[in-house]
Design a binder for this molecule. Structure first.
Ligand code: IPM
Ligand code: MG
Length: 355
């Protein structure tokens, strides 16, 4: 028996519904592969603001620190989106959690599933076989740089982009490592023609490249990368980039596979790793049992691989997910025309039963 402890942070919107499906699937894997799993739920996001006034309370942090992995749903509530003056925002919980858990790397794999190529907004021949991973820096840059705020008269606002060489090195190291394990190609995305932080990124990556002769490195400006992801997604193997660029490019990249509801992510760093779908809280669908649980279920696959070093479990989950897609047991966002969409729970049940 392998004993593991998982912190379950469902959060807002569709979070609780999709996380419940991932838990079902994790239980099915545990039964097959001999895991003894204990779950501990903790609150986060708007739900936590409503309950205790803090989107990432200390009690939740303690649960995460004491666990082997965090399974995370989503954060965000529309009531805050149009409230620019709100003192506490749900997203602050996510940022605080990333910082306090030291989750400096966010890994977002993007690969197409053949049975879903028809859903891609891109032409079949462009997107078929695309398979890359984006390594996004997660605890630095504009999201965390200080000062941030407003002038006294309220008419000027500022954010600060800061990166230390050390922060750049540790994230680029992951980029080089993944590239070496994959097809040997690393794209460093920056805006070195304009930004000082980007020039430090490029300089640092250039120095490190000498240690990785087997990795072919290219440097690309972010605007060009945004274009190339659409024009030639197969060009990429591993992309490494700073926080804000990574945020934007991964949303862009996610849709080329056919649905934002498919893409998982892993955040890793100094303390407990965290696994979450990249799509967010999708409040319009909350409580309706229609949201696609696949991204969260695939995040659970990444959890087995990255947190428990169990490749077999990850592969089992992926196979069951592909079967659900091939047999059209899918939610409305990816259901082909003429096929009755399944509910969130039906998809979860099918995938768990097929483990
Ligand atoms: C993401 C999200 C978050 C981010 C938001 C909700 C703060 O968009 O995880 O990509 O920008 O990092
Ligand atoms: Mg984002």
């Amino acid at each position: 028996m392998k004993n593991v402890k998982i912190a379950v942070l469902s959060g807002d919107g569709i979070g609780p519904e999709i996380v419940a499906q991932a838990v079902k699937v994790v239980d099915a894997v545990a039964a097959k592969l001999g895991y003894n799993i204990s779950y501990e739920e903790a609150m986060v996001g708007a739900a936590a603001i409503d309950a205790v006034g803090d989107p990432y309370p200390e009690s939740t942090h303690e649960v995460c620190m004491a666990s082997d992995a965090v399974l995370f749903g989503a954060i965000g509530d529309p009531k805050y989106d149009n409230m620019p003056n709100a003192k506490v925002r749900p997203e602050q919980g996510l940022l605080k959690m990333r910082k306090k858990l030291g989750l400096y790397a966010n890994l977002r794999p993007v690969s197409t599933i053949d049975a879903l190529l028809h859903r891609s907004p891109l032409r079949y021949d462009l997107v078929e076989g695309a398979d890359f991973i984006c390594v996004r820096e997660l605890t630095g840059g504009l999201y965390f740089g200080r000062p941030q705020g407003r002038s006294e008269d309220g008419l000027t606002a500022y954010d600060t982009c800061v990166y230390s060489k050390e922060e750049i090195e540790r994230i680029c190291r992951l980029g080089f490592e993944y590239a070496a394990q994959r097809r040997g190609k690393l794209t460093v995305v920056d805006k070195a023609n304009v930004l000082a932080t980007s020039r430090l990124w490029r300089e640092t990556a250039q120095e490190m490249a000498k240690e990785w002769p087997e990795v072919e490195v290219e440097y690309m400006f972010v605007d060009n990368a945004a274009m190339k992801i659409i024009q030639q997604p197969r060009h990429f193997d591993v992309i490494v980039t700073e926080n804000m660029f990574g945020d934007i490019l991964t949303d862009e990249a996610s849709v080329i596979t056919g649905s934002l509801g498919l893409l998982p992510s892993a955040s890793i760093g100094t303390h407990t790793s965290l696994f979450e779908p990249i799509h967010g809280s999708y409040p319009q669908a909350a409580g309706k049992n229609i949201a696609n649980p696949i991204a969260t279920i695939l995040s659970a696959a990444m959890m087995f691989e990255y947190a428990f070093s169990d490749m077999e479990a990850g592969a089992m989950i992926r196979r069951a997910v592909i079967r659900s897609i091939e047999q059209n047991i899918v939610t409305e966002d990816i259901a082909p025309e003429g096929v009755k969409p399944s509910s969130t729970t039906e998809v979860g049940d099918f995938i768990a039963a097929n483990i």
